[in-house]
Design a protein around this ligand. Structure first.
Ligand code: SF4
Length: 432
């Protein structure tokens, strides 16, 4: 599909200042609902600074959040850089990779500065104009004169210039300190809100410590206390400051939040929604994301899912099943019996069918060196277990090895996708 450049942004006149050299638009209003469109959409309330060569956008705390160059050497006019809450730069690619939407369920492909499992994408951070913004944006801002502007715009520009790369790094470190850890992986479903989540750690560690897993830590599973979680909420409110109004999504960490006690989960969600004032957010609707183990999904009672379903938000629970083949589970060192994997899949299907506000999604691994039993047993679940295509219960496929030629991985993925009766996408591992 042809992609066009568009600006889905409104701005109150009187808050815009323009000269031949620059324009500043304060408190622009972007889209207020997450959508999937084939042109760039800007969400939330933000301010925009445009020079002859660059376009920068800042959140309500005067922190840079998007940037792109307007010069001819910028890779593509509808591509841009985003700075995350964890202070990573992510480059959103628009095209050039046929079938991005079919592969990941989104029109734009996030590219990262750190190693991940992505099998599509290029090396945008090697492009000089991208590198210039990522490493030198404070110098670019410093060169813009703040004199000769109306007072309000001078003040805003000076404030923006004060927040340099070191300040933003310290703020990200503070975030990791509040959670007690950095979020090393977000659920794949967080793509539905462009990964704009507030992270709240309600439990640490995981149950299985699978040998193949690169994101696990050594902590045994344990739930946090109510007091700890309330403390995080207070500090996160303070950290997000004026920009809190742009958030309507929560990530409950870390690797198996669903295994936490039922009341802890429900109380946390209700407290967070109230304290973060999600109902007063500029962004419409409310979202919650968490990971779950097979054990947690099976153990939780139907009455609990019923209570989750009544929370007036959309919930995504992502379960790492990986495989239901005994030989494959043994090879990857996942100590979950195949019958439990199958039972968790059935439980997830039942939750998806019974609760309109909850989607349970599933992760499976893919690799051409896995036993044939892996492929066959996975197809029995994702094809044979339903008689017609279903819209919930997304299957995310994650390549086991990161070093295989992407053409081959993509070929295998599309083969599985065409057979699956559940929506199927590649799992792009993104941290916060
Ligand atoms: S795959 Fe999940 S359960 Fe297994 S080690 Fe990694 S985080 Fe833990």
């Amino acid at each position: 599909m042809e992609k066009t450049v568009s600006h889905t942004v409104r701005n109150n006149s009187g808050q815009t200042f323009k000269t031949d050299q620059l324009s500043i638009a304060l408190d622009c209003r972007g889209d207020n609902a997450y959508t999937k469109l084939s042109y760039p959409v800007k969400y939330g309330i933000f301010s925009r600074l445009e020079t002859r060569d660059h376009l920068f956008e800042f959140n309500l705390n005067h922190e840079i959040r998007h940037a792109k160059a307007k010069t001819r050497d910028w890779p593509h006019p509808s591509e841009w850089l985003k700075r995350t809450l964890g202070n990573d730069w992510v480059y959103y690619s628009s095209g050039g990779y046929a079938g991005v939407y079919e592969a990941i369920g989104e029109y734009y492909l996030p590219n990262f500065t750190y190693p991940t499992n992505a099998v599509i994408g290029g090396k945008p951070f090697n492009e000089p104009p991208v590198e210039t913004i990522v490493n030198h944006w404070p110098d670019l801002l410093a060169k813009i004169p703040s004199t000769g502007l109306p007072d309000r715009f001078t003040k805003w520009l000076n404030r923006v210039k004060q927040i340099d790369a070191g300040t933003l790094k310290k703020k990200a470190d503070r975030l990791f300190g509040i959670n007690g850890t950095r979020v090393t992986v977000l659920p794949p479903d967080a793509r539905h809100v462009d990964y704009n989540v507030i992270p709240l750690t309600i439990s640490d560690g995981c149950l299985y410590k699978c040998r193949f897993c690169r994101i696990k830590n050594q902590k045994p599973f344990s739930a946090r206390s109510h007091a700890d979680i309330s403390g995080q909420i207070r500090e996160l409110k303070d950290l997000l400051g004026d920009d809190l109004i742009n958030y309507n999504a929560l990530f409950l960490g870390e690797h198996d939040a669903l295994n936490s006690p039922e009341n802890l989960i429900l109380d946390t969600i209700q407290e967070a929604v109230r304290e973060f004032n999600f109902k007063g957010s500029y962004m419409k609707d409310r979202y919650l994301f968490m990971f779950a183990s097979a054990d947690a999904l099976i153990d939780k009672k139907t009455a609990f899912f019923d209570r989750l379903n009544r929370l007036d938000m959309t919930l995504f629970i992502n379960v790492g099943l990986e495989s239901s083949d005994p030989e494959t589970l043994d090879r990857i060192g996942k100590p979950t019996p195949p019958e439990k994997i199958r039972a968790a899949f059935e439980r997830g299907k039942a939750v998806n069918a019974g609760f309109s506000n909850i989607e349970v999604s599933f992760n499976f691994i893919m690799d051409d060196t896995l036993a044939s039993g892996h492929h066959d047993s996975m197809l029995r679940l994702i094809r044979g277990s339903v008689s017609r295509p279903v819209s919930k219960g997304t299957i995310y496929l994650s390549p086991l090895r990161f070093d295989r030629p992407s053409r081959q991985v993509l070929y295998d993925f599309y083969k599985i996708k065409s057979l699956s009766r559940f929506p199927a996408f590649l799992y792009i591992i993104q941290r916060l």
